[in-house]
Design a protein around this ligand. Structure first.
Ligand code: SRM
Ligand code: SF4
Length: 579
């Protein structure tokens, strides 16, 4: 692969980010120098673009933005840092380091993300290097947590099938390692590694990505049916573990999912991936690599909004993609094998795994681990980490599993769960336990409305309606984001709210309970009162008229509130149903 190849397939002028990457000498830019600049707490935009590949974003505290502007001060610059852990597995020792970093360098909380990673907010430029060094010393990394590369590989942390999970998890780690950027810039900049001689060829420096990396981020997730907790259809490359006679036979391969869109731009849309075939475990790394290289060579490098893999596939057709994949592999995927998903949520509380160990799944509201007066979550988890000999697993729904607790240690962990009232998290309503919100304000620079800070309040009000209508224990998948980028995968929720402006949301209905169908716009730009007024009669009818076992997302389609969306290209079509 050479850069000329890339240029020939993408003849339109390249976006500025492509030039920044090309000039960066494999993600170095002038980061070493600008991090040392004592005049400002910020870094220049070119370096900020590169910094994402190292796992960090420059942000400013938006709660303070106006006040500081009035006082003619520079914005309160700070950095978000994302720590990658394939499949979300961290040891208790690593958890204790993450906990310490949160107190020492960040805003005092740990944020579990929708892709099983960990985020810190509020790190000052002067502390970034120490923070990244500490993360690496505990054998975790921030490299490729963000940026135009393959991101954290998600993997189902299903504790019911521990042996199988362990095998699938191992494949997730291998895929991730194989697709990691190979540049030594990360070690040079953050870990004071030796500078590598510049005479190395492109093939030696970045054998898979090349000098300009991918046109856009790339995401891979592995689901183990019947759980679709990784939202496999939202991934650029989704893998569905196929279990036959109790062993892992291989993976169905699904391509071209993605959630992001822009309000008012119908050329952008969320999409669900398409299942194109089956491969054995031994073939999966090659399938992942070739898929990534197809996107590397054919993805749009001129318009970043149109650069995700889903558009490459939709523009050229799924037939084109499978032909290209077959030609690069030199062999054909087998026909996809049968599978069935029953939900995309988590199961809470204690379960016994197949190896005899115990696992406790704890609901963590929107993934935010912090102490509150009546709910000392962060302290509780710290105390558990001090005595726990198993591991922690971050779920794709921003929750945490205290995993692999030996029978003889269960009483000790139970006592700590009791002491720190962590069971309270399990007793939340079914609606809340199936909820997710993205970070949004005050740190996310793209947020148009609140999300993490507002969803808990809105849920309280919807819970009242649910108990009035006798639906108190009904599981409804509800998600909110502060903008249409879709970080909490809202387009796959049965009920979703996507921020439009402060206090205003678009309301969507009709996603599949198992994360297998996109939802549809029901009402636009509405505030809390209208949200509740709209929902009340729908929920009342659902309580009265639902068929046995019928999920809310299916009901709203059958009852005619919204039309079914079978493909992302229908997402923006006018809802011809009027109720
Ligand atoms: Fe995301 C950008 C947070 C998962 C689609 N996302 C951002 C940024 C970095 C804002 C920015 O670019 O300035 C957010 C940082 C906010 C903050 O203050 O922390 C952000 N995204 C998150 C997290 C932390 C949300 C959460 O509440 O957990 C998730 C971190 C995942 C991780 O650990 O790697 C997160 N983002 C997602 C997902 C869900 C997923 O991957 O399963 C999506 C939709 C799936 C997809 O990619 O299609 C997602 N984020 C985006 C997009 C839209 C991309 C697009 O296709 O257009 C952006 C904007 C962008 O890239 O330009 C974005
Ligand atoms: Fe920010 Fe939008 Fe992502 Fe929410 S969905 S974290 S507001 S980019």
């Amino acid at each position: 692969m050479s850069e000329n190849n890339l240029l020939s397939k993408n003849s339109a002028p390249h976006s500025d980010v492509e030039d920044i990457k090309r000039r960066s000498n494999y993600l170095r830019g002038s980061l070493t120098e600008t991090l040392k600049d004592p005049i400002t707490g910020s870094i220049p935009e070119d370096d900020n673009r590169l910094m994402k590949h190292h796992g960090s974003y420059m942000q400013d505290d938006r709660d303070l933005r106006n006040e500081r502007q009035k006082q003619k001060l520079e914005p309160a610059y700070q950095f978000m840092l994302r720590v990658r852990a394939s499949g979300g597995v961290v040891t208790p020792e690593q958890w204790l380091v993450l906990d310490r970093i949160a107190q020492q360098y960040a805003s005092g909380s740990i944020r579990l993300t929708t892709r099983q990673s960990i985020q810190f907010h509020g790190i000052l430029k002067w502390n970034l290097k120490n923070t990244i060094r500490d993360v690496n010393e505990t054998l975790l990394t921030t490299l490729a947590a963000c940026g135009d590369v393959n991101r954290n590989v998600m993997c189902n942390p299903n504790p019911h099938q521990s042996d199988l999970h362990a095998e699938v998890y191992e494949w997730a780690c291998r895929i991730s390692r194989h697709l990691d950027p190979k540049t030594t810039a990360y070690h040079e900049i953050w870990l004071d590694g030796e500078k590598v001689v510049s005479s190395q060829s492109e093939e030696e420096q970045e054998p898979i990505y090349g000098r300009v990396y991918l046109p856009r981020k790339f995401k891979i997730g592995i689901a183990v049916p019947p759980s679709n907790d990784v939202d496999v259809f939202s991934q650029d490359l989704g893998l569905i573990a196929i279990v036959e006679n109790g062993r892992l036979a291989g993976f169905n391969v699904a391509v071209g999912g993605g959630m992001g869109m822009t309000h008012g731009d119908p050329k952008t849309y969320p999409q669900i991936s398409k299942v194109i075939g089956f491969c054995t475990p031994e073939q999966v790394i090659e399938v992942a690599e070739k898929t990534v290289t197809i996107q590397r060579d054919y993805g749009d490098r001129s318009v970043r909004k149109h650069a995700r893999f889903k558009y490459t596939i939709d523009d050229r057709g799924i037939g084109w993609f499978t032909d290209e994949l077959t030609s690069r592999l030199g062999w054909k995927l087998e026909e996809a094998r049968p599978f069935r998903f029953d939900s995309n949520g988590d199961r809470y509380g204690w379960v016994k795994g197949s190896g005899g160990s115990w696992h406790f799944t704890l609901f963590i509201q929107n993934g935010r681990v912090k102490d509150e007066e009546d709910y000392p979550l962060m302290t509780g988890l710290r105390e558990i980490a001090k005595v726990h000999s198993g591991d922690f697993r971050i779920t794709p729904n921003q929750n945490l599993i205290i995993a692999n607790v030996k029978t003889q240690s269960k009483k000790k962990i139970e006592a700590l769960i009791e002491q720190y009232r962590l069971m309270d998290g399990v007793r939340f309503s079914a609606l809340r336990r199936n909820s997710m919100a993205c970070v949004a304000l005050p740190t996310c620079g793209l947020a148009m409305a609140e999300s993490e800070r507002y969803l808990p309040t809105l849920l309280g009000k919807i819970e009242e309606i649910l108990s009035e209508t006798g639906l108190g224990e009904e599981e409804i998948v509800i998600r909110m984001t502060g903008c249409p980028n879709g970080c909490a995968r809202p387009a796959l929720a049965e009920l979703a709210f996507i921020g439009k402006a402060p206090g205003k949301y678009n309301m969507y209905l009709g996603g599949g309970f198992a994360g297998d169908r996109l939802n549809k716009l029901y009402k636009e730009n509405i505030g809390e009162k209208e949200i509740l007024d709209s929902l009340r009669p729908i929920l009342a009818r659902y309580a009265e008229e639902r068929e046995p076992g019928e999920h809310f997302g299916d009901f709203v389609i059958r009852a005619g509130y919204v039309q079914e969306v079978r493909d992302g290209q229908e997402f923006h079509e006018q809802n011809s149903v009027t109720i």
